[in-house]
Design a protein around this ligand. Structure first.
Ligand code: ADP
Length: 363
């Protein structure tokens, strides 16, 4: 539970000129469409950017104001917070914002009004909390092994923290698990302290769909705005080598995310897609009040018996939303215009300002 006092956030928000709100974020991850979408909805925009990283925002002309810092983590410094508040800023959190600012700081020291649910960010970052939320929602997840001695089929082994899949591996027996742990240690892809924290789960063979939802608090509706599939090195490169040569080249597969492609899913699977999104929203309302608020993502595998298995979630805009900066097939169906996730966030804020419901979106 965050120590940032809600009353104080609301009193800061109360002093803001609602006709002159700035949408602000950290310059990384999904900030291009967050800022672009905000401008399309008529907001001023600001980017907090590490020196030397401002080029994309200048070239794409998405930011009205630049707050240049020595390092991204300075976004939590008091001077930066003061500058943001002076611009009537609402911060939009994303994966890099959470990583650089740090959860403790966001929860306890960051007094800029933020879109979404501040408390839910820890639930997606810590695997046990994330699993609890997903299990409580009743969606299908990979089976989890408590101990490496129990491995009886193909498993995926993961380590704590957001590392873009680095050090993850597949094994199908306890011996193979032990061998691969050694090899990851030798490569310095993991350290000794990681080993007891290895998370071992059923390997789900299927195709990857990362589903981007938006829960509108104002409309009490779960929207599905787009889907992507991950491009991962070197697993996606390895499969380009004939199977008979794959064993000889001595490369272990890795799952480091390098990009994303937009996808659509078989239409007959859409009821399942909506069902799991709705279920997560219901569980979040009970477990992490006031629940999901804005963008979230379910990272899934769809098996050959057409079951969608969710192995991970994000409770804020996910990197894969970059595949639909100019709208997706699904966001077009819903809005009849090129709606990105960033623009959808800004539209929600704009609607809330009109109906005097901004407090419900801010944390
Ligand atoms: P991170 O969030 O650290 O990047 P993920 O949990 O998303 O890690 O896993 C990285 C990649 O590993 C996924 O994109 C997917 O390709 C693969 N993966 C993860 N979990 C499973 C699983 N249970 N079965 C099969 N593949 C998986």
């Amino acid at each position: 539970m965050s120590k940032v006092n809600r009353e104080e956030i609301l009193s800061i928000l109360d002093k803001y000129d609602k006709e002159d709100i700035t949408i602000a974020t950290l310059g990384s991850h999904t900030s291009l469409h967050i800022l672009n979408g905000a401008k399309k909805e008529g907001f001023k925009t600001a980017v907090v950017c590490e020196k030397g990283r401002e080029i994309p925002y200048q070239r794409y002309k998405v930011a009205d104001e630049y707050i240049i810092v020595d390092k991204f983590s300075d976004i939590v410094n008091e001077e930066v917070q003061d500058q943001l508040k002076a611009m009537n800023s609402i911060i939009i959190p994303h994966g890099s914002f959470v990583a650089y600012a740090g959860l403790d700081k966001i929860e306890n020291d960051f007094y800029v009004p933020m879109f979404g649910n501040r408390d839910i960010l820890r639930w997606e970052a810590e695997r046990d909390l994330e699993r609890k939320l997903m299990l409580d929602s009743g969606i299908r997840m990979p089976y989890k092994y408590e101990n490496a001695d129990e491995i009886d089929r193909a498993v995926m082994v993961k380590f704590p923290g957001a590392r873009g899949g680095k050090g993850y591996f597949v094994a199908s027996s306890t011996e193979e698990f032990n061998q691969k742990i050694q090899s990851m240690l030798e490569r310095n892809w993991i350290v000794e302290e990681d080993v007891p924290q290895a998370h071992i789960e059923e390997y789900v063979s299927g195709t990857n769909f990362c589903i981007h939802y938006f829960y509108s608090v104002i409309n009490d509706e779960v929207e599905m705005l787009g889907m992507d599939s991950r491009f991962e090195s070197n697993i996606d490169g390895l499969v380009r080598i004939p199977a008979k040569d794959q064993l000889d080249i001595g490369l272990d597969p890795s799952y480091v995310i390098t990009g994303n492609h937009p996808v659509v899913i078989r239409e007959s699977l859409l009821p399942q897609v909506f069902d799991i999104g709705d279920k997560l929203v219901d569980a979040a309302k009970k477990l992490v009040k006031p629940g999901m608020n804005g963008p979230f993502c379910l990272q899934t595998m769809c098996t050959d018996n057409l079951e969608i298995v969710t192995f991970e979630m994000s409770a804020r805009t996910d990197g894969g939303t970059n595949t639909f900066m100019n709208g997706s097939a699904y966001s077009y169906l819903l809005f009849g215009e090129e709606m990105s996730m960033g623009q959808r966030i800004a539209r929600e804020i704009k609607n809330a300002i009109k109906t005097d419901q901004l407090e419900d979106l801010i944390t």
